[in-house]
Each structure stands twice: as structure tokens, then as C-alpha cells.
Ligand binder design. Sequence first.
Ligand SMILES: Cc1cc2nc3c(=O)[nH]c(=O)nc-3n(C[C@H](O)[C@H](O)[C@H](O)COP(=O)(O)OP(=O)(O)OC[C@H]3O[C@@H](n4cnc5c(N)ncnc54)[C@H](O)[C@@H]3O)c2cc1C
Length: 464
Amino acid sequence: MTISKFPLLLALALVDVSNATLTAQQVVAKARSDLVPRLSTGAFITFDEPPRWSTFRAPEPAVTVNVNSESDVAATVKFCNAFDIPFLAQNGGNGWATTFTLKNNGVLINLARLNQVTVSPDKTQATIGGGALVNGIITAAKAAGVLVETGNCNCVGALGAYLGGGYGNLMGLYGFGVDNIISMRVVTADGKIRTVSASTSSDPDLFWAMRGAGPNFGIVTSAVVKSWPAMSTERSAWTGALIFSPEKLEQVIQAIQALELKHDMNVFLYFISSGPPSNEPVVLTTPFLYMGNATSGKAAFASLYAIGPIQDTTAVLPYTEWNSGGDAFRSRGPRKPSFGVGFQAMIPEVWRKIWNMYTEFQKKLGAEASVVLLEAYPSTKARPNSVPASFPHREVKFNAVAIPWYNDSSYDAAALAFGNAARELWRGNEDLSVVYGESLPRLWSIKRRVDPQDKFNQWFNIKQ
Ligand SMILES: Cc1cc2nc3c(=O)[nH]c(=O)nc-3n(C[C@H](O)[C@H](O)[C@H](O)COP(=O)(O)OP(=O)(O)OC[C@H]3O[C@@H](n4cnc5c(N)ncnc54)[C@H](O)[C@@H]3O)c2cc1C
């Protein structure tokens, strides 16, 4: 056999596989004939993708099933299994994995209509729908007089964030998102609906696995999470923006490294555009002190204020406005490949190099909105978790992400080069042992049992 025959054999093998795979048209026809009659009133199919935060490597389905009940989710998974159609659940559409693909002949299960949020009469538990967004939870929590640990960006799917760990403003007080989950209703790869919790009568192994690697195991239709009764005075924080000129970068980095973050504090750092018309890149920090005021807030973050911000919008903000500063990130659509990593130390020289790479990319026409973001939360998040979860990163001090942000796909190569270089400078590449740490061997074994055919294969896939 000569080398030149290999491509031909490969092509023949692919033809065999594609013969067994339905085309987009066939998927649409099957969905109309075999799925739609099984869906509840209020569910419907569409042929475009609900907007995503980033269009970079978006999944591109043949059909979107807009489910309206958990039995719709189960029926859709069973339908996909019956015809060997790939599928993917979408919640907030903010997933920044770049491995989502439905190859134009798969089914997107849009959870957006499963967005109900209710709080128990004793205010200690909230039931959140699998499609609820962070801002929906905060609105319901405020109305009920409670706090719920959520992500810091209003547009993110609450469970999308929880299932990967769940960072948020209240972490120092109440732990990670995964620590707040009491039970979940889950549609697994076999299309069955299960209740999973730490109880030995459910499937505690699956409960452990899902709290850190959730999208690999099933679709959560709703979850019961902890809520924390709070008077209105307990639903406020000292927060806002401190903007620094670029030459202060090293001082800002050193101040963040040296900050002793108490349980009620966190701090973010952004490289971001000052906005049109100049779009000058600036260094912006957002200190956060739960229940803080001007006196306690400025004392807690004295080292940052002492550097001399050129702009200061810090103030007491109510719970419903804590995430407002991040609303600029909500915009859907442009390409935003994202390169995230966790690490232990802020090194000024590394950050200067990343600043230089960032400003080089950000000055491109149409790439002005590009961002670099760092989040630092208190180490109380590393406290031993009463209900163990597969999420492994309790000890990580800093999380950073480089987000090249643009419309023009001809920038892709430069965007990937910038993002990869930034991530390498921070720490190195993100393989599975980095994503799941010591949890990986146990996750592999639960995966073999619960999803042996690897149906849930799009989000940091743990297939062995
Ligand atoms: C602008 C922005 C801000 C962010 N802020 C935070 C933050 O403050 N805290 C934080 O922890 N993370 C944050 N993240 C990261 C975010 O949590 C993850 O990207 C998460 O995967 C997004 O979830 P989603 O539902 O919005 O996205 P989607 O793309 O809809 O989902 C992402 C993955 O989760 C799966 N998934 C979503 N919902 C379910 C469900 N109900 N059941 C099973 N699988 C599900 C999807 O199938 C997909 O594999 C942020 C991301 C962005 C882009």
C-alpha cells in the first residue's frame, strides 16, 4: 500500500459514517414527524440558533427545540438517541468552551423557557429552572428577601455557571455555586429523569460528578439551591470602578497581590476600552465589599485608592445592581474566543507583557471591545466543603481570561495567537488534568456508567 492511498481509505470510511448520519434536512423532517407530536404545549422547534455570547465556533444546529417542560427535555434526548442525532443543551449561551459543534445536523435543546425561580416559605431554599439566568435569580431573590450565590454577569446561565464550579460575589460567605446545590432534576443520556442529591437513596456519585463536570453527564431541568434570608441592609455592597492610567499597572498588580481578601471582599481587574470615540485602553479595577460603605470600603481597599485612580465610581450599590458594571459584557454576537486560566501569583512583568499584547490587538479596527479580566476571591472559598464535589479548584487564588472581541473572522489567527500567548504567560495550556485535577479518574469511571456512549461530549469532554 502506498502512502497516497491513505486519504482515499479515509474518505471511504467517512462516506460510510456520513451514510449512517442524517442530513440536516432529514433531521428537520424527523423532528417534525417524530418529536413535535411528543412535545408539551408551549414547546416548539425553530431552525436558527438562539443568540450566543460569542459566535466563534458556535454549535450551528439543524433544529432548535425550545423546550417548555422537563418531559420535553427527556423526549428530545430520547428522540436524538433513536436517530443517533448529536445534541447539546443551551442555557445562557455564554459557554466559552470552543468544542461545541452540531455540524449543522444536530439538535440544540434551548432551556430558556425553563427559567422559573421560586423561594421556599422559610426562605432557605430556592428552586431554579435549568434555563434561568443570573439576573432572573437575583430579581426573584430580592423579591423574596434572600441572597442566592450566583455568577457576577447577569446574562450567564445560572446552572451553566454552577455546573462548572460557580464563582460569584458571595463566595467568601457561602462557598462556590456547587456548594449551594441541594438536589437536581437531571435528564441523563438514556433519556430518564432522575433526582440526584447527596442522599444515598439517589445517586450520590452522579451528584458529586455533576457539581464540577455537569454538562458531561446530563441536562439539569431544575435545581434546589441554598438561599440565605437577608434584610435589605444586608443586600448592599461597596463597589464600582477605579480606573488607572496604564503606567500605574505594576502598582495595581502589586496591590492586588498583597491584598488580604476577607470573606466579604473580592476584586476584579480589567484591561478594557475607555469607550468611543478614543477607545483608549485603560486599567480598571472593581473592589467589592459586602455591606460596605464609603469608610469601610475605602479602608478595605486603601492600597488601590492610594495609587490614585483617574476615575472613581465606587458607591454603595443594592444587590440588584452589583453586576451592572459587567453589563457591557452582555452583548451577544461578535466573535469572542476566550482563554481562561487559574494561577497563584500576580507578577507585574507578566502583566506588563500581557498589557502590551492586549493593546496591540485592541487597537485593530473593530477589536476595540477586547478585554482581559482577572478575578480574585477570598481564600475562604477553599474551606473544606461539607458535601464533596468534583470541582477541584478551591485553592486557586486568581482566575484570568483574555477575550479578543471582534467581528471580522480574518482576525481569528491574531486572536488565537494573543489568547494562547496570554494563557501561556499566566500558566500554561488547559488540558483535562488541569480542568478536573484529581477528580478526573473518578469522573472517568462515573462517565463510563452513566453515559457510556459519550452523548454529552461537548464541554471539556471527559471521555477516556
Ligand atoms: C460574560 C461572561 C461572564 C461570566 N461570568 C461568570 C461568573 O461570574 N461566574 C462563573 O462561575 N462563571 C462565569 N462565566 C463562565 C460561565 O459560567 C461558563 O461559560 C458557563 O458554561 C456558561 O453557562 P451558560 O449556560 O451561560 O452557557 P451555555 O453555552 O448555554 O452552556 C455552557 C455549557 O453548560 C451546559 N449547560 C448549561 N445549562 C445546563 C443545564 N441546565 N444542564 C446541563 N448542562 C447545562 C451546556 O450544555 C454547555 O455545555 C462567565 C462567562 C462569560 C462569557
